[in-house]
Design a protein around this ligand. Structure first.
Ligand SMILES: [Zn+2]
Length: 331
């Protein structure tokens, strides 16, 4: 982990909260919704303007309004932890959406041993054929943290909405390389974030792809997680593969999003780790300003509701992903 005094607060938060989910949950549970700083911030957030998604042609065809509607749809299913009935309904919805876009859909149902018992989980993958050998993977998780009244609009509704919209745009097109748009189950820890309690879906998929030989074909793995914040602030994830981070960040700058894709760095544990560990070039685009006063003050609390998600932030993320894919497809 790189040490940087300016980043110390953020890094501590990341490790205290992402790295120790149960602790974060405990803190969150202890924060009464409606108490001062959080409710004030909620009010401010809902009153902000300039938050509308631009017309799709201004963000490379990506329709931020549609992506936002996909977030609303997910929130409508209620809390969606792994193994829940609500997540089952979302799985059906994701599969039917992907099919309606003309995607070939593969699923992998498996059982995970977790501190909350044996749970059924399912990874869902939209596969788009390509002419050349090689796979470009996009990924998000779609389960929400096991916590009362937690509907996970930003975590993980936002990135799931972005990936559904990207699938809608890309499933009808063939690229040079195959594209796999992946929806992981079981990213969240059931109790406390650790290598064995978290990232169940991505660990399953990386292991399975290593066995089948598909993993060696992956040219790049691009993960989105928590991308609906307003305003969004993405830092370079320090474990991610440098050339791929540079490609995404350079693309963002060319598109005019310099103030969103920042030069600071931050280390985050997430669904890209099982792929990085197996030498797959990977990048995680995530907003983790999850300390008091940061954009993500509502992270892993029941306040992660639809009003926190900005259609404009979804559009920026979608735009950068689409243009980055174009770059990768031309390599
Ligand atoms: Zn989370």
């Amino acid at each position: 982990m790189p040490f940087h005094p300016k980043l110390l607060t953020a890094v501590v938060c990341v490790f205290a909260m992402i790295g120790c989910g149960a602790k974060a949950g405990g803190e969150a549970a202890g924060r009464a919704p409606g108490k001062a700083p959080a409710s004030t911030a909620t009010k401010a957030a809902t009153q902000q303007s300039g938050d509308e998604a631009p017309a799709a042609e201004k963000s490379g065809g990506f329709d931020g309004k549609r992506a936002f509607a996909q977030v609303a749809k997910q929130v409508g299913f209620g809390p969606r932890p792994s193994g829940s009935e609500a997540l089952g309904r979302l799985q059906e919805y994701i599969q039917s959406e992907l099919t309606s876009y003309g995607c070939n859909v593969d699923t992998d149902s498996f059982t995970a041993d977790t501190p909350a018992g044996r749970l059924p989980m399912k990874n869902i993958v939209a596969k788009i054929p390509g002419g050349k050998p090689g796979i470009i993977m996009l990924a998000t998780h779609y389960d929400t943290k096991l916590m009362p009244n937690f509907v996970g609009a930003d975590d993980a509704g936002s990135s799931t909405g972005v990936m559904l919209e990207i699938a809608r745009l890309l499933c009808s097109k063939h690229g040079n390389y195959q594209m796999w748009i992946t929806f992981f189950d079981g990213e969240e820890a059931m109790k406390e974030w650790s290598d064995t309690d978290s990232r169940y879906g991505s660990r399953q998929m990386a292991a399975k792809m290593a066995m089948s030989g598909d993993l060696a074909k992956v040219k790049a793995f691009l993960l989105a997680d928590i991308v609906g914040t307003r305003p969004p602030r993405f830092k370079r994830e320090s474990d991610s593969t440098k050339w791929l981070v540079d490609l995404v960040w350079d693309t963002a700058r060319k598109l005019g999003y310099r103030n969103v894709f920042l030069d600071e760095s931050l280390e985050v544990s997430d669904d890209h780790n099982p792929f990085l560990k197996r030498k797959v070039p990977a990048v995680d685009v995530i907003d983790l300003e999850n300390y008091p006063g940061g954009n993500l003050y509502y992270w892993h609390t029941p306040e992660d509701t639809l009003d926190k998600v900005s259609p404009k932030s979804l559009a920026i993320t979608g735009h950068v992903f689409l243009e980055s894919i174009k770059q990768l497809q031309s390599k």
